[in-house]
Design a protein around this ligand. Structure first.
Ligand code: ATP
Length: 375
């Protein structure tokens, strides 16, 4: 891959009606990368795409394409195509003519167009649909036509704005796999927008987690899931138990009223931190003195596992286990040091999880003995 990013957004800020929508936004996208902008409704994902496409002009900052500043380049001169959630096909044209449209505008020959249309329709599994009326196609088929039409223009970058949002779950999953395959086959850079974290994790090379116009974390799906940088990312991606903690020294953190070994270092002594533990990383054990223990308050069957809520001195822990538990059972929780994720406090601290201070009301049964207690 080349070193110069294909797209680079530098210090971009945008406001609408006095409301800041993107704040000092910096993002570099490599050629051939599948990048997903992930965040809740209104966080600025579409605005970011529209800046790349040239449909919105930033108040501050620069947009670069292959190292060249393109702030003033109009949308039709950018080598970028957009696919929207609503397929925006031409209703009076059949499938063939929809896919051929852009190429005709660019004056390609009919024989060239024919070859490309067949190639594109075959890529999206719509061979034989050439003469169909697009209004009579299913949602999934219409979205395939939209993808074929966009790819036929040979964009360097494809911007996809929640393209699967209108599809039902099964179709959505199939299309996720197909889109990923198409991206790998064509090598075109995809910038994909979704608010669905599973979709982002399963499709992307790089995920950009956004909130209120700012980037919270950029990383591979594995980084984002396993090493969330703050409580917002931990909460937004997957399920998390997020607790207040105090870092005593390297590799030793206190939370839930007890010291735990961990694998993190480099924090200040006695620094307040957020501690994140994923529900699937907690094992159910006997409720003895060397483990946190609590009472099961609810059990939900989720197909591959049970989601179990355990009340430990007022904090509701979520755990996932393949073993059923009765409501009212007393159980112990075992957590390995490398499953304890420590992060600096941020503006999101305290907004998630169900922590309440309980150190003064611990019962004897769950008292842990000494600093070296292995949880
Ligand atoms: N042209 C506009 N004029 C005024 N406000 C706008 C305009 N475009 C976007 N906004 C506002 O900017 C904010 C960010 O919008 P944007 O569409 O970028 O968010 P989003 O993350 O894509 O959300 P969604 O997932 O709902 O599409 C929203 O509060 C939106 O109402």
């Amino acid at each position: 891959m080349e070193n110069t990013p294909i797209i680079s957004l530098e210090n971009i800020s945008v406001s609408f009606d006095g409301e800041i929508v993107l704040k000092d936004f910096n993002l570099s996208i490599r050629n051939g990368e599948f990048v997903t902008l992930l965040g809740a409704s209104g966080c600025g994902k579409t605005t970011t795409l529209r800046i790349i496409g040239g449909f919105v002009k930033q108040d501050f900052g620069d947009v670069f394409f292959n190292g060249k500043k393109i702030n003033d380049l109009p949308p039709h001169k950018r080598e970028v195509n957009t696919i929207f959630q609503k397929y925006a096909l031409f209703p009076h044209l059949n499938v063939y003519d929809n896919v051929a449209f852009g190429m005709r505008v660019h004056g390609k020959s009919e024989s060239q167009i024919k070859t490309t249309v067949h190639e594109m329709l075959s890529m999206v599994n719509l061979n034989g649909f050439e003469h169909r009326n697009v209004n009579l196609l299913s949602g999934g088929q219409q979205q395939r036509v939209a993808i074929a039409r966009a790819l036929a223009n040979e964009p360097k970058v494809l911007l996809l704005d929640e393209p699967l949002g209108a599809l039902d779950l099964k179709l959505r999953k199939d299309m996720q796999a197909e889109l990923k395959k198409i991206q790998q086959q064509t090598g075109i850079t995809f910038v994909f927008v979704t608010h669905d974290q599973e979709e982002a994790l399963s499709m992307s090379d790089t995920v950009v987690v956004m909130d209120k116009g700012e980037i919270q974390q950029i990383g591979t799906p594995q980084d984002i899931y396993n090493e969330p940088e703050n409580a917002f990312v931990a909460d937004f991606i997957g399920e998390s138990n997020i607790l207040d903690g105090i870092m005593h020294e390297d590799y030793l953190v206190e939370f839930a009223g007890h010291p735990f070994k961990c694998v993190d270092k480099g924090f200040q002594t006695d620094e307040p931190v957020d501690v994140v533990i994923r529900p699937e990383d907690i094992d159910v054990v006997e409720p003895d003195a060397s483990h946190l223990s609590g009472t099961v308050t609810s059990v939900n069957f989720k197909g591959v596992h049970y989601e179990i809520i355990v009340d430990v001195h007022g904090f509701k822990w979520m755990i996932q286990s393949t073993d059923y538990q009765e409501v009212g059972n007393r159980i112990g929780l075992s957590i390995q040091p490398d499953d304890i994720h420590i992060m600096h406090k941020s503006e999101y601290s305290g907004m998630f999880g169900d922590y309440s201070s309980f150190s003064d009301e611990m019962d004897e049964e769950s008292q842990l003995e000494g600093k070296e207690a292995e949880i």
